[in-house]
Design a protein around this ligand. Structure first.
Ligand SMILES: [Zn+2]
Ligand SMILES: [Zn+2]
Length: 347
């Protein structure tokens, strides 16, 4: 399963009493990921009950202060902790300078290995993978290079006992080898492929989009994800402000979720100008009913089952069918017309 907890849901660098700047912690099996690291992330990690020493990878969507002002203090604390494990850092070009300049000026030397991967503007594709997970990214549309991340839980296919029996085989020690290698030599000399006796299992997927205008890159990145966490800085009344500042309104975030046929949308990066985000939620639900407000410090789990898969398939949109070119600005009105509130119920 994938566990996640939003540490910060505010837009802008200044924390308020109710919201912290952007950060998200995710756990798959034993691996802990941190996405963005706004001011105060260390304190939020403590509140979320997860030790900073467990973080294996930090991915930054972009280098605006509200997403990175917590990074240097976090690294300095890891040094104080006498951390020995290597740490991966991923982010736009300039990340290495940000780390080295800041730590040098405050006289902190990092004794553990830092593996820094800088993403060239416009980069998309796979980033890292391990036995239980796969991380990829896509460029978004912000005032500086900015990326969205797609984290997928990898699961081996399940062996189907009926298919095994049909071939006259019984579950035994060859199963482990078959799963690991993808094929096995039978006593008869025949080669048995994993695909012949297995069925695929759901691969729960979480997508996190940093600051952005609604864009097709985000739609593609979030394609059929179980969860999309998307910025929703503004209400519709401030749509022009959103456009000028390269941010999204809540309805625009919902439009991306709808076009991508995700299972569920969480709104984050809410402007602190709004005393409550409920009106933004109401607007978004008009377009994509399975929308919720991101709540700080609440752990949630993406289960491995995926009961809405068929339902999402039925929410087909010709604009995003594979093979069709997708370009130009996303139209909120076009995408949200004909919303059927009964087809995309809350999970
Ligand atoms: Zn921001
Ligand atoms: Zn930004």
């Amino acid at each position: 399963m994938i566990r996640f907890c939003l540490l910060g849901t505010a837009a802008g660098g200044a924390p308020t009493l109710r919201r912290s700047p952007a950060a998200l912690v995710v756990q798959i099996e034993g691996t802990v990921f941190l996405f963005d690291c706004g001011e105060g992330t260390q304190r939020q990690l403590i509140r979320a009950g997860i030790s900073r020493s467990r973080i294996a990878l930090i991915a930054l969507t972009h280098l605006h202060g509200d997403h990175v002002f917590g990074l240097a203090p976090l690294l300095a604390s890891m040094v104080s902790d006498r951390r020995q494990a290597p740490l991966c850092l991923i982010g736009p070009r300039g990340l290495a300078d940000l780390i080295s300049h800041t730590l040098r000026l405050v006289d902190v030397q990092v004794p553990f290995e830092l593996h820094i991967r800088e993403l060239e503007p416009g980069y998309r594709g796979e980033l890292l993978g391990a036995e239980h997970w796969q991380l990829s990214c896509a460029p978004l549309q912000h005032s500086v290079p900015c990326f969205g991340f797609r984290l997928q839980r990898r699961r081996l296919p399940a062996i189907d006992p009926e298919r095994l029996a049909a071939l006259g085989l019984s579950p035994g020690k060859l199963i482990g080898e078959l799963k690991q290698r993808g094929w096995v030599q039978l006593p008869s000399g025949e080669r048995l492929l994993l695909d012949q006796v297995s069925v695929p299992r759901p691969q729960p997927t979480l997508v996190y989009c940093g600051d952005t205008r609604p864009c097709w890159e985000a739609v593609e990145l979030a394609d059929r994800a179980d969860l999309l966490i998307h910025e929703a800085t503004f209400a519709s009344a401030h749509a022009e402000l959103a456009r000028q500042s390269y941010h999204a309104t809540a309805v625009e975030a919902a439009t991306v979720a709808r076009l991508a046929r995700v299972r569920r949308l969480l709104l984050t990066h809410i402007s602190t100008r709004y005393p409550t985000a409920e009106p933004l939620l109401a607007e978004a639900r008009q377009c994509f009913p399975a929308t919720e407000l991101g709540r700080e410090l609440q752990w949630e789990t993406l289960t491995d089952s995926n009961p809405l898969e068929d339902e999402r398939q039925s929410l087909s949109n010709p604009d995003t069918e594979r093979g069709q070119p997708i370009a130009g600005p996303i139209s909120v009105q076009g995408a949200c017309q004909g919303t059927d509130q009964t087809r995309s119920a809350h999970p």
